[in-house]
Design a protein around this ligand. Structure first.
Ligand SMILES: [Zn+2]
Length: 536
């Protein structure tokens, strides 16, 4: 039954017993919540709400408290909406977000056994040419297609893997089920099997001197064709400081994670991480990455490499215990480091994860005590943003950028970390509101994960989903969501200048700026989902 006209906005994948149930309602008037027997279990008077600055909606966030498992219905006059409370409500979507990465695999075919109707023959198997020296040709295969395009990018890949590895390290029971991928049953958790597919590719992206190529792409984006039909040559694009640091960090983290499963593989990663660090030390002056002339694929450069080097130093210290890395991290640390950022541009939050949850007190005064203080202060900002939002979304209205889901999931990650460190429930509950946002409690009444929710993204900017002739998009991919800050002219034309930022969204295939998918948007959602999906 379509409930498109409902005034209620809910987590469309349901709620969990033991956690507060929150829903949003537009307008005013008495609201009741009834259980399956029709008994009223909550009765709330909603007064005239304030206007939410990001969405322009007159909206109230309802606190329905902790509810027992069961089916419920929200009512206000003729407006009704069903919601479910059940254990492991978010198990399927959390695992689908990991499996979504399997569908992005490159250099291999996807078999019907694992991919169902989304199977396709191998793609991008030809040797790559170095852009700067066309006489160099190398076979570099594997890795995930980065986003809606078929490029593969080192920094975004490293960040994605790190989100997955920390999700598994911190919340193994929330993300630990089999995914039906080729490696399933090999004795290694499937989330680590999937991450390894990218790690094996990252290792191939290292140049002989230790630096990492920024990306492996064509000179331009492919049209909307299937990956196996994208046959134009791929190039190893010039090396990049940020990519080299991110790869060093990710490989050092992976060394610690995989050591107990496959020691030779782990050692290979640590060696590569050290080599990358040595290259960075030998090249202290940062040179920003620029797309070479004639190249129009993703930039992924970074304005500075400080947070990237910081993260790398932290992970190498955690991996080796060697003072030289700790000293480097301490020297790079400043209170204004991007400790609440987990994306490809700024990665200070990943360094914070390493210091606060792996190194802990061993990190020393700067990297533990001071960093913790600075980090928790940033989390207060996220909490304040959530409290100021009609939907509880921890994002400034002007930060509805390309991929706004990333800072929203990043805020959730930070507040989860703060809740774990301090035991504060307000942080946990605000983090949960970000998860609800992704699952449909938002101004669009839309679950941003393909294949999930009552109203779901149907036309993501994702080449296989657009070219495969199948109506339903590839499942388990999260859309970047509303973007008013960096939108394309053709998107801007579709909206009035007064359209609120949180409604600047088109569920249309060409809308790369509001409806693309990306591996590094899936992965922070995996972290958040794994935490809330952990059995109590
Ligand atoms: Zn491919």
């Amino acid at each position: 039954m379509s409930q498109a006209s409902s005034a209620f906005r809910i987590n469309q994948e349901g709620y969990a017993p033991g956690l507060p149930v929150r829903a949003a309602v537009l307008g005013e008037g008495p609201v009741t919540l009834k259980n399956a027997a029709g008994d009223v279990v909550r009765s709330i008077t909603v007064n005239a709400p304030e206007t939410d600055p990001a969405s322009g909606d007159a909206v109230t966030l309802l606190d329905l408290g902790v509810l027992e498992s069961g089916e419920y219905e929200l009512e206000r006059g003729e407006e009704k909406r069903r919601l479910a409370v059940k254990p492991r409500s978010w198990n399927a979507v959390t695992h689908a977000l990991v499996k979504g990465l399997y569908y992005q695999r490159c250099g291999c075919g996807l078999s019907p056994e694992h991919a169902g109707v989304y199977a396709h023959p191998p793609c991008h198997t030809a040797p790559a040419t170095e852009w700067e020296d066309r006489s160099v040709r190398r076979r570099v295969t594997g890795g995930w297609h980065d986003a809606g395009d078929y490029g593969k990018y080192t920094g975004p890949g490293a960040v994605t893997v790190a989100h997955l590895l920390y999700a598994w390290k911190l919340f193994p029971r929330g993300c630990g089920e089999d995914l039906n991928i080729p490696e399933t049953g090999n004795g290694v958790p499937d989330i680590l099997n999937e991450a390894r597919f990218e790690l094996e590719w990252i290792l191939q992206m290292q140049r002989s001197d230790g630096a990492f190529y920024n990306k492996l792409t064509k000179s331009h984006f492919a049209p909307f064709i299937m990956p196996q039909d994208d046959l134009e040559p791929e190039y190893l694009m010039p090396v990049c400081w940020c990519a080299t640091a991110d790869a060093a960090a990710c490989l050092a983290l992976a060394y610690r994670t995989y050591r107990s499963f496959d020691e030779p593989f782990a050692n290979r990663m640590l060696l590569a991480a050290r080599h990358a660090w040595d290259w960075l030390q030998a090249h202290p002056d940062y040179v920003p990455f620029r797309n070479p002339e004639g190249v129009r694929t993703g930039w992924y450069g970074g304005r500075s490499d400080v947070s990237n080097r910081f993260w790398a130093a932290c992970e190498l210290y955690a991996a080796t215990g060697e003072t030289v890395y700790r000293q480097a991290a301490e020297q790079l640390y400043t209170p204004d480091l991007s400790l609440r950022e987990f994306g490809w541009m700024e990665v200070g939050g990943l360094g914070a994860l390493c210091c606060l949850f792996d190194l802990k007190e061993n990190a020393g005064d700067v990297l533990y005590t001071r960093l913790k203080q600075d980090f928790l202060r940033r989390c207060e900002n996220a909490l304040t943003l959530s409290e100021a939002s009609g939907y509880g979304t921890a994002l400034e209205p002007e930060r509805y950028i390309w991929g706004s889901i990333l800072p929203i999931m990043g805020s959730a990650m930070a507040m989860i970390m703060a809740a774990l460190i301090t035991g504060r429930r307000d942080m946990r509950d605000a983090a949960l509101l970000q998860w609800h946002y992704a699952m449909g409690m938002n101004a669009l009444d839309l679950c941003f994960v393909t294949g999930f929710g009552e109203h779901s993204v149907m036309h993501p900017h994702h080449r296989p989903s657009g070219a495969d002739g199948i109506e339903a998009p590839v499942p388990g991919l999260i859309s970047g969501g509303p973007n008013k800050s960096f939108c394309m002219p053709q998107t801007r034309e579709r909206f009035s200048p007064d359209t609120p930022p949180a409604k600047h969204y088109l569920d249309e295939l060409p809308s790369a700026d509001t409806n693309e998918i990306a591996i590094y948007w899936n992965s922070p959602a995996v972290f958040v989902g794994a935490y809330f999906n952990t059995p109590v």
